[in-house]
Write a protein that binds this ligand. Structure first.
Ligand SMILES: *Cc1c(COP(=O)(O)O)cnc(C)c1O
Length: 500
């Protein structure tokens, strides 16, 4: 782990400073999703710098940022062009209000986001209308909150709905504000707040590895590839949508993460599922809210197909991989390349038009945040989009996805690896007690957390979701860094689970 070797006196200074910062943190900072009693038991890693895929701590140690700083970072840390764009913007102004004022980078970014989000999807006849408007906010949760409120009011205004309801997927996670939590179905996080939430309905997600309809025995391969089923998951979605419509009021929206559910445990959808459920939603009167907070901005770029028989499209969003166009598109994490908190909810002209009227009709969308359309964030977002769409950038992501795929193959040799799920530059490795039976570890064993701690000791940082270890490298990650991430993960699994 000690890959840099500062001189002894400076090392002692660094250690003192690291301890001081860690003490301040432990005295004053309450960390998200963290059992603080455990946190206070050991000195935390204090990050003081980064470059590319590498993070540096206050003691001078180096780590690979294997989950892209909780899925936000795209190009690596201190990407020179994003750095420069933020500095240039600082030379003008950091922030001005979007209440009553427009600004340069936010206007430019909105135009580019709309163009990128429409991309090559849905040009075919009968395609859903394009996305046309951008509502800015600050985080993934607020982007979802905005989509939720817009869809709710749209259902009432356009369709005369009296009690708009929402359908979302089992295990869904859409953020931690009360509206976003209401759409979520992770009992561990959400049940505590049941009294605060509105009711939303849930339908099974296609989790091939643990699907009750999958009759295949486990193999050493992605369960999507060897599953044996009759797409019962689609029947379930259709059943829910149709039943709601028969009750007289269609769902206001079906809410989903396209191609892969993230915090649910990195659960990927078999090819065709997304396109089909979108058709089912529309056919049953429901709008589609696509939460691309994790999947957006090139994360799902597939590896170049072997033989190159099929050209991979250059689209940046997961929906576009199946030619799907949502009515609402929520973006956040990667929007600024991982630099600043900023989010956007894109929607159609038809939704926008429902909010037009004379002032006194009070059809205004009464929602906003103080930092909405933040100029620094928008400048970072523009520079990040430019990097994503630069010549060669797509090919580079495809190469990295291929390198990740290649490296992950070695992990099948480990008996406690049950499933390896990859969608582009997102991977989840599900650890099980016994791969032949898929028997899970109890959550209280904290297997994922222990493996990640062993991984950190090897200079690789990521966080688990229960028993699923996540790898989500920044796009600048080199082939040898990918091999180091995955190699260290193999060692960590072997170390922690050798006696399990
Ligand atoms: C992270 C995440 C959110 C919430 O975003 P925040 O910026 O953390 O509020 C919502 N949806 C998905 C799919 C996410 O991964």
């Amino acid at each position: 782990m000690n890959r840099s070797h500062p001189a002894p006196s400076s090392a002692a200074n660094a250690a003192r400073r690291a301890r001081r910062l860690a003490q301040l943190d432990q005295r004053y900072v309450w960390h998200p999703f963290t059992q603080m009693r455990d946190w206070l038991r050991r000195e935390p890693i204090v990050i003081v710098g980064g470059r590319g895929a590498t993070l540096y701590d206050a003691r001078g140690r180096e780590y690979l940022d294997a989950n892209a700083s909780i899925w936000t970072n795209l190009h690596g840390h201190r990407e020179p062009r994003v750095d420069a764009a933020v500095r240039r913007q600082l030379g003008k102004i950091a922030h001005s209000s979007a209440l009553g004022l427009a600004n340069e980078p936010a206007a430019l970014l909105a135009a580019r986001l709309v163009a990128a989000a429409n991309g090559s999807a849905g040009r075919r006849p009968g395609a859903a209308p394009p996305l046309a408007k951008v509502f800015y906010s600050d985080d993934g949760a607020t982007a979802i909150e905005v989509a939720l409120k817009l869809a709710y009011d749209y259902a009432r205004r356009a369709h005369g709905a009296t009690k708009p309801r929402f359908l979302s997927l089992a295990g869904a996670y859409h953020g931690d504000t009360v509206g976003a939590v209401s759409l979520g179905h992770i009992d561990l996080f959400h049940q505590r707040y049941a009294g605060l939430l509105f009711k939303s309905d849930t339908v099974m997600a296609p989790y091939c590895y643990r699907c009750r309809f999958n009759r295949a025995r486990p193999e050493r391969a992605d369960a999507r590839d060897y599953r044996r089923c009759r797409w019962e998951c689609l029947d379930q979605v259709e059943g829910r949508l149709a039943a709601q419509q028969r009750r007289g009021e269609a769902y206001a929206a079906l809410v989903l993460e396209p191609l892969i559910q993230g915090a649910a445990g990195m659960i990927p959808q078999p090819g065709g599922w997304l396109r089909r459920v979108t058709e089912l939603a529309r056919g049953n009167g429901a709008a589609v809210i696509a939460d691309e907070v994790m999947t957006g901005f090139g994360r799902t770029t597939p590896a170049q197909p072997t033989g190159g028989e099929r050209r991979v499209r250059g689209d940046l969003f997961a929906c576009q991989r199946e030619g799907v166009r949502p009515d609402f598109l929520a973006l956040a994490k990667g929007l600024t390349g991982g630099y600043l908190p900023m989010a956007a909810t894109l929607t159609t002209q038809a939704v926008f038009d429902q909010f037009l009227g004379e002032y006194g009709e009070f059809k205004t969308f009464f929602h906003g945040h103080s930092y909405t359309a933040n100029q620094l964030g928008a400048a970072a977002g523009l520079a990040s989009l430019e990097r994503l769409q630069a010549p060669g950038a797509q090919a580079r992501r495809q190469r990295l996805a291929g390198e990740l795929e290649q490296a992950l193959r070695d992990l099948w040799a480990l008996p406690h690896v049950g499933d390896i799920r990859q969608v582009g530059l997102i991977a989840g490795i599900e650890l099980v007690r016994n791969w032949t039976t898929r028997t899970p570890f109890a959550l209280t064993e904290q297997v994922g957390a222990r493996v990640c701690a062993a991984l950190a000791r090897r200079g690789v940082l990521t966080r688990p979701i229960g028993n699923v270890v996540v790898l989500m490298p920044p796009y600048c990650t080199t082939a040898s860094q990918v091999r180091r991430m995955v190699g260290a993960l193999g060692e960590a699994i072997a170390e922690v689970l050798s006696r399990a």
